[in-house]
Write a protein that binds this ligand. Sequence first.
Ligand code: FMN
Length: 164
Amino acid sequence: MQYSFTHQHLSAKLAEIPGVTVRHIDQIPHEGMHFDAKVEQAFWDQADTIVLEFPLYWYHGPSSLKQYLDDILTTDWAFEGAHKIAGKNLLILTTTGGLESEYQKDGDHGFTVSEVLTPFKATAHITKMNYLPEIVIYAAKLQDETELQNQLAKVCEQIAKLTN
Ligand SMILES: Cc1cc2nc3c(=O)[nH]c(=O)nc-3n(C[C@H](O)[C@H](O)[C@H](O)COP(=O)(O)O)c2cc1C
């Protein structure tokens, strides 16, 4: 994710919003390939809304995000009686290479992005989180800089509203 042009801009703008804490997954210390569950869970404990922000890679989040979720959504914390994140909002903020028109049943990708994100919806469901409508920035690389900056500003406004 450190290669992502759009996400570098987006995360820098998000970090300026009062009440928002940005964690760059590629900068979080690892133990081997694993994340420290207790450290990361403490960040989630303090938050009302968790925003997972990532470029779509082969219809998933990047592998680092998958590893992060594998490590921190532990049984004794996220579900099975503990449900420490129940009631928190989960918001997926993703960018695509594909156009919105291609993300349709009869389009090149064959599914909407919302359908592609089903594993995140299932994760919210089992952990009793509240899955918010995802925010998708389509064809990020095809937009000119002004268009993209305007879209990023709108996204930041949406996120800022969640902190009120
Ligand atoms: C390994 C890899 C896999 C990708 N898979 C998809 C995909 O499944 N669907 C899609 O729309 N874009 C895909 N893309 C394009 C990225 O999602 C797109 O470049 C990114 O969201 C735009 O932000 P950027 O400025 O970081 O490039 C992929 C890119 C890479 C490098």
